[in-house]
Every structure is written in C-alpha cells, then in structure tokens.
Design a protein around this ligand. Structure first.
Ligand code: PEP
Length: 253
C-alpha cells in the first residue's frame, strides 16, 4: 500500500517566528490524520525543534532537508541521523537538485546518505530529476535510471520500503513552469517500472511529483494514477496555498 504524501520543503526560508506560525496554521487544519494523506514539513535545521513542538499532537510530520552519512564526530557543520531523530524527525530529503547542482553532491554521496538514514530508521525522500537540456536531448530516462540506481544501490529489500521517491524535473523547480499532468504521469510510469524491476516492495514505494506545484495545478497533477503526492517548495511557504494542496491531496488519495 503506497502512502499519499504532501511534503513542504521550506529550503533556506522562514525565521523562527514565521516558521512556527506557518507550522501552527497547518497543524490547526491537519489536527488528525487527514483522509489517507500524510503531511510533512521540512524546515531549516535551526527550526526543527520549535516547529516540531508546534506540530506536536497534530498529523503533520517533521523532516529535515538533508543529513550527513557519518556518525557523530569531527565533521564541522554537518548533522547526523541521530541528531535528526533526537529533534523528532521521521523523514529526510536526500539528493534534492539544489544540493546536487549547488553543493556538488554526487550519486555516490547521495547513496551513502540514503544508506545511513535508512539504517538509522528515517524515511528517505529521494529526489531525482532531469535538467532541461537532458530532457531536450532525450536523456530523461537514462538520467533517472542513473539517479535511481545511485540512490538504491546497496539497499536491502526491507529498507527499500522506507524510501519515497520524488520526481522533480529540475526545469520545473522554482520556475513557475510545471510539468503537465501528462508529462509527469509519463515519467512516473517509467519510474514505477524501474522500481518494479529493482525491488519486490515497489507497491509500497510512493512517487511524489515536485516542481512548481501550487494551489491551482495540484488537483490535476495529484489525480494521475502514478502520482502519490507532492514535494512543494514555494507554495509550501504560504499556509493557504499549502492547505489547498493538502485538500487536493485528500480528494486524490
Ligand atoms: C522543490 O524545491 O522541491 C520544489 C518543488 O520547489 P518549487 O515547488 O518551488 O518548484
């Protein structure tokens, strides 16, 4: 059974007060488990604790935007799996395109992070997606294949069930240019087939769409048969927009 997940990636946005206020608005609506929909927020590291406190007791889950693969020790500036769990995180995003492109994360690094997070009991949201030039040159499937193989390499069958895949075409992230529902569904079906070939637990692995999802386009995207939720950036920072996406999700779940 695949979970239906609406996840907000706050990136390097909000301050403590605005982040806690935003979390409060979501928690007030998602007081209980929404009909079949899980809701997740991923605030910046310094706000994990106050946001976690604010959503405590509601159905909103807490996640981090990244993690390091080593155990606690001499790794200045990094954050360990144990620390995220200590702050109440159940989820962690790994391999976001901004970390791949801006911070230079390779598939090998991403794989180490995925393995460490799973070993520590976190649910991983593994982000994959092609650049515009890769799509235009017909390389989408090949790129996704490489990123999926990189992410899943060395993962046990049991651990695979704790991964959520987020398909985020890089050309659609933060650009206001979203994939059409048909374009997104086409790629999700490819990813679904890749998962089927890779693990017997593919029917438990959700695939989220991310890339300029907003209150206006969410319903159509989320209604696609292979889209199991959304990873939302910009629209996750405005409570009414994110709440509208959550509502669209509960219709499709
Ligand atoms: C993201 O960064 O994961 C994302 C999907 O951003 P946006 O919704 O702003 O395109």
């Amino acid at each position: 059974m695949r979970r239906f997940l609406i996840a907000g990636n706050w990136k390097m946005n909000t301050l403590r007060q605005s982040g806690v206020a935003l979390a409060g608005e979501l928690a007030a609506v998602a007081a209980h488990e929404e009909a079949g929909v899980e809701v997740l927020v991923c605030p910046p590291y310094p706000y994990l604790l106050p946001v976690g406190e604010r959503i405590g007791g509601s159905a909103v889950q807490l996640g981090a935007q990244d993690v390091y693969f080593e155990s606690p020790g001499a790794f200045t500036g990094e954050i360990a799996v144990e620390m995220l769990k200590d702050c109440g995180c159940r989820y962690v995003l790994i391999g976001h395109s901004e970390r791949r492109a801006i911070l230079g994360e390779t598939d090998a690094v991403i794989n180490r992070k995925v393995r460490a997070a799973l070993a520590g009991g976190l649910t991983v949201v593994l982000c994959v997606g092609e650049l515009l030039a890769e799509r235009q040159s017909g390389q989408t499937e090949e790129v996704l294949d490489r990123q999926m193989e990189g992410g899943f390499s060395g993962i046990s069958e049991a651990e695979a069930a704790s991964i959520v895949v987020a398909y985020e075409p890089v050309w659609a992230i933060g650009t206001g240019r979203t994939a059409s529902p048909e374009q997104a569904q086409e790629v999700h079906a490819v990813l679904r087939a890749q998962l089927k070939a890779a693990t017997s637990h593919s029917d438990r692995i959700s695939i989220l769409y991310g890339g300029s999802m907003n209150a206006a386009n969410a319903a159509q995207l989320l209604a696609q048969p292979d889209i199991d939720g959304g990873l939302i950036g910009g629209a996750a920072l405005k409570a009414p927009d994110f709440l509208a996406i959550m509502a669209a999700g509960s219709v499709s779940a």
